[in-house]
Each structure stands twice: as C-alpha cells, then as structure tokens.
Design a protein around this ligand. Structure first.
Ligand code: MRU
Length: 371
C-alpha cells in the first residue's frame, strides 16, 4: 500500500545488506513514519514482543524473517541445530495469541530440515521467509476480492449510498504484509468506485484503530470516522452500520474467533441489531488443532501500564500520560474470543464460508485433516 504516494510493504530485506530486515516501526504511527533495521533474531523477538510489528499476519512474516536471521547466525555456531531450536523457542515465546507466529516458525524449521550445510540452510530460510511474506500479501489480496462482492451487494441495496463498515483494532495492511484482512475488501471496494465509509473503533488500550487503521485508511483516501470503543452499539441501533468486518489472531476449526479485546461486545451488539458480522482471515490464522476457542485459545495479558497510560502527540513530541489515579491497579487482557454462533461468515483467501466446523472443513479439506 502507499505511504505518501510511495508503495511499501510492512517488512522486507535490505537489497544492499541481505542480513538486514527492514520493518515499519509502528510504535510511532501516526505521528512519525520510522523504518527500523533488524539484524538478529534477538532484535526481531524484541520487535515482536514490544509491538514495533504487530497483527497476526505480520507477526508470522516477522517470525519467518527472524528464523532467516537465526540461520545466518547459526552458520558460525558450533551446534547450528541447537541454535535454531533456541531461536524458534525465543520467537514463539514473544506473543501467545496469534497462531501465525508458531505456524511460521514451524514452517521454517521444516523447510531447513533437508539442508546439508549452512549455505543451503540460509538459502532455504531466505526463500521460505520471502514465500511466507508473499503468500500473506497474495492471500489478503484475494480476501479483498471475495469481500468486495459482499460490499457490492450491500451497495446495490443502498442504491449507491455509502456503505458503512465498522471495524475493530487494526486488521489493515499494517497488521499483514500488504492489503490487510479486514481492510482488504474495503480497499477493493473503494478502488472499484463503490462509496464506503468506515467507523474506526479507537481500540483501547493501545489504540490500534485510532492510530493505525485511521492512518492507513487516510493514506489510501478512504472516508472514515474514529469512534470511542463503546459507540458501536449505539450506531447499530440507529441503522448507521451496514456490516462489521474484523480480523482475527486465531480461529478454531469450529469457527470461534480470537481477536482484539472488545470484538466480542461488537459481535453481541451486531447480533442484537441484525447487522452482519464478518471476520476476514488468511488460512495461516486458523488453528486446526483447536475445537473450542474459549477454553483453548491462549489470551495474552500485557503490561497494565498500557491501560493506565495513553500515548499521543504533545507539543510536537510523542508522550505518554497517566489517565488513572496513580494508585489504581489495572489489568490488560489483550484478546477475547467471539463464539462462532455470533459470526455471520468468514472471508478467506478461498472464498466466504459459514463459521462452523462443516463449512470450514468443506473449504479447507486439506488442512482440517491435520487437526
Ligand atoms: O495486539 P495486536 O495489535 O498485535 O493485535 C492484533 C490485531 O491487530 C487485532 O487483533 C486484529 O484485529 C487481528 S490481527 C490481523
């Protein structure tokens, strides 16, 4: 997608320094556009844990490149195999909820297995990291094509009046390698000339909606309005939301969806108001081994300081300010599970399917057998 008219992905290798991976450091958006160089698996692990990069697809791609950096590091190690296993453990421990992370690490370990020497291991890891990233971008583009048809139908029913879409958190191109999952249909509709307007949940505590989704929609010229997290139900009651599209960090084979905290409440409000609630995901965000999301999906608890403090621009500087009484404790549950029964359908790279075991198995027969 474009930043100030220039095309970017969220992660790439420096063409002049193949041992350097470049990322957009999302901690400073929307106020500063910062590119960070990552040169070791430890730096990549810190970038993932510290949310320089974030979002399910991008975390997966970052883990893929992290394992490539590990392969480079392992070339001079006395026990390269142990070195890779250590890197895999380090990367997997950074964030628990998005399944793409472990999926990408395991894919890398498998890809490197047949290597007979360090050179071949590095080549395989580099190719696999690139394949994970390219696939992520391609799958998101296809999610856009399938989702476009849904928006087109609603646009027709609205006689060309703008289609109002509510989204939560950032499942945009910043959360993937390109296009995004929830935003891909929105970009596709906007590019096809369909009038759309996006209600952007601010998404406390880290405000990925207000800071990231609003920024990227603005960069692409998509009309949008940032709303307080709790406004969605009110807008739905007044007929001002035509559909909800969110992303997911992990979805079970039965269609339970883990996503940023607050998503479940949007799904409840949507059901109460007959507003369709869609979840967009590439197949790398399915956890084929899990049947029940509420008991099975690990929910990340992050530093309570993220709840107590809010970051923003103050006199030209990015600052954090305290919003709670200094002595009040806080808790920071980062994700929650929306049960499949509240999800109208899943928008995947293969098409749109009901959020239930049978429909998912019908669309992904090759994967379901893994579970
Ligand atoms: O904690 P984050 O910012 O990594 O959260 C992940 C997300 O961006 C959301 O949960 C998103 O809606 C799904 S990931 C594409």
């Amino acid at each position: 997608m474009n930043v100030n008219g220039q095309p970017y992905r969220t992660i790439w290798t420096d063409p002049d320094h193949p041992g350097r991976v470049r990322i957009i450091d999302q901690r400073w958006l929307p106020h500063r556009f910062v590119i960070e160089d990552i040169g070791s698996v430890e730096e990549m692990a810190e970038a993932i844990a510290g949310m320089h990069v974030r979002g399910a697809g991008l975390i997966g791609a970052a883990a893929g490149y992290g394992m490539y950096l590990a392969a480079l590091g392992a070339a001079s190690a006395t026990n390269p195999e142990e070195c890779l296993q250590q890197a895999a453990r380090r990367l997997k421990a950074t964030r628990p909820t998005a399944v793409n992370l472990a999926w990408a690490v395991d894919r890398q370990l498998q890809a490197m297995e047949p290597a007979s020497d360090a050179e071949e291991r590095i080549r395989l890891a580099r190719e696999t990291a690139a394949a994970i990233a390219d696939e992520d971008a391609a799958f998101c583009r296809r999610i856009g094509e399938h989702g476009l048809e849904l928006i087109r139908e609603i646009s027709r029913a609205r006689n060309g009046q703008p289609v109002n879409i509510l989204t939560h958190c950032n499942a945009g191109w910043l959360a993937f390698v390109d296009h995004g999952s929830a935003t891909a249909p929105i970009y596709a509709a906007h590019d096809a000339g369909l009038p759309v307007h996006v209600w952007v949940d601010e998404t406390r505590p880290r405000n990925q909606g207000a800071q990231l989704t609003a920024w990227e929609l603005g960069q692409h010229g998509v009309p949008h309005t940032v709303i307080a997290d709790n406004a969605g139900g009110h807008l739905m009651q007044h007929g001002r939301v035509d559909l909800v599209i969110t992303g997911t960090d992990r979805t079970t084979a039965a269609g339970d969806v883990a996503n940023k905290i607050g998503t479940y409440l949007k799904a409840l409000a949507a059901r109460d108001n007959d507003v369709p609630f869609y979840v967009a995901l590439p197949s790398s965000s399915f956890d084929w081994s899990l049947q029940d999301g509420i008991s099975g999906i690990p929910i990340e608890e992050r530093d309570p300081e993220e709840v107590r403090l809010v970051q923003g621009l103050l006199d030209g500087r990015i600052e954090s300010v305290l919003v709670t009484p200094p002595e009040s404790p806080a808790a920071n549950f980062a994700f929650g599970v929306t049960p499949a029964r509240l999800v109208t359908a899943l928008i995947t790279e293969r098409g749109i399917c009901r959020a239930d075991r049978q429909a998912i198995a019908g669309m992904f027969p090759d994967h379901v057998t893994e579970g």
